[in-house]
Write a protein that binds this ligand. Structure first.
Ligand code: SAH
Length: 359
């Protein structure tokens, strides 16, 4: 690779370019995995001064409601001992702080486990949770008690693959290099077995997205919840029914940019496939609730009353609290785009909050 290009590239782009130079075009999922590993390893991307803002960073109400939801399930199960709070990709640890505070009010004191790969975010998490235990994956999670697992905006950061319908059959979406730029190209070989069928019924240029990493992780956690008891709560943007089209997007400084512009310096995400994740959990005998809209779910669990109580306690903060409540719940903000789904052990009680029905 010419030296000038090397010097201009941030490190993820350098790693990707190097691999393409050695092996030829690489699968989109590999590109996304390298880019996001570098991205999360290099900085704390959350908050107004970062690239994006997540629900727990908007208001304490979000984590508190999740904590109450977990505590309610735990109480109705008869307050089992040796319970573990597990969070996947806990960011700054804010959600865990608010949820655990609410849970303790109900006498629920689980041990705390974080699945996190970013050293920068692990350091942030340790500031709020010095007693937590960190894991690189699901295999080392404790196996001696029920698991209360939360994943907020976690699965959207995991790599996706894409397959495109062409006149010659399904082709895999790959990433190649055109001088200093990354470009999308299609594989030369057929990718039918990966899509799980022929192209019949799909017009040319149809894109199918898959996230094998999400499928693998969900399978691992669901097996654990089925065996040990407990629940998995997933909150994210995504689709409830099988769909087509690309949902890959990149965000930098709160603005959308091309996913191929700044790998490792922008947040690459894709919508999550709730339908597939639910089916995987069902095959492990878990009971699915949702996906429901985040706004309805939070409201049915009492976020309106919580906002009123906080406003009454701090009248000076009333406008800020009202704005946060609006942002989390309104259909034009996070209320509809984000969905909530739980996968719960069959011998645990029915979780609250899903009475508005499923999509
Ligand atoms: N849940 C947090 C942060 C969301 S950002 C919040 O709502 O604020 C995504 C989080 O997932 C980050 O903590 C990131 O470091 C982590 N992450 C991304 N890919 C991961 C992977 N493959 N394994 C473990 N953690 C990962």
């Amino acid at each position: 690779m010419p030296d000038g290009i090397k010097a201009d590239f941030p490190s993820a782009a350098h790693v990707i370019a190097d691999r393409i130079d050695r092996e030829g075009p690489i699968p989109l999922g590999d590109y996304m995995a390298i880019a996001n590993d570098h991205y999360y390893a290099s900085k704390d991307p959350l908050g107004e001064e970062g690239d994006f803002v997540t629900a727990p960073e908007i208001s304490q109400m979000f984590g508190e409601i999740i904590g109450i939801w977990l505590a309610d399930l735990w109480l109705r199960k008869g307050s089992p001992g040796h319970c573990h709070y597990v969070e996947l990709g806990p960011g700054r640890g804010t959600l865990a702080r608010d949820a655990l505070r609410a849970m303790r009010k109900f006498g629920c004191h689980p041990s705390v486990h974080f699945v996190e790969t970013s050293p920068v975010l692990k350091t942030r998490q340790a500031e709020l949770h010095p007693d937590a235990t960190w894991h690189d994956g699901m295999a080392s999670l404790p196996d001696d008690g029920p698991l209360l697992i939360i994943a907020n905006e976690f699965f959207d950061a995991l790599p996706v693959e894409q397959f495109v319908a062409t006149s010659k059959g399904w082709r895999r979406q790959m990433v190649a290099r055109d001088r200093s730029k990354f470009v999308a190209v299609l594989s030369e070989d057929v990718a039918e077995e990966r899509v799980g069928g022929s192209m019949s019924g799909f017009p040319e240029n149809t894109i199918i997205e898959r996230s094998p990493v999400s499928v693998e992780m969900t399978g691992q956690i669901a097996s654990r919840v089925a065996k040990q008891g407990g629940t998995l709560l997933v909150i994210d943007y995504g689709y409830a029914k099988p769909g087509t089209g690309s949902t890959l997007q990149a965000v930098k400084d709160h603005m959308p940019i091309s996913p191929f512009d700044s790998p490792g310096a922008s947040d690459l995400t894709a919508h999550i496939d709730f339908h597939t994740l639910a089916n995987i959990a069902r095959t492990r005998m878990l009971k699915i609730h949702g996906p429901s809209e985040q706004g309805q779910w939070l409201k049915s669990l009492g976020i309106d009353q919580r906002a009123e109580a906080l406003m009454a306690a701090s009248p000076k903060e009333a406008d800020t609290i009202a704005a946060a409540h609006q942002r989390l719940t309104h259909v034009d903000e996070m209320g509809r785009l984000f969905r909530v789904m739980s996968a719960t052990s069959i011998d645990w009680p029915e979780p609250e909050g899903f009475s508005y029905g499923e999509e």
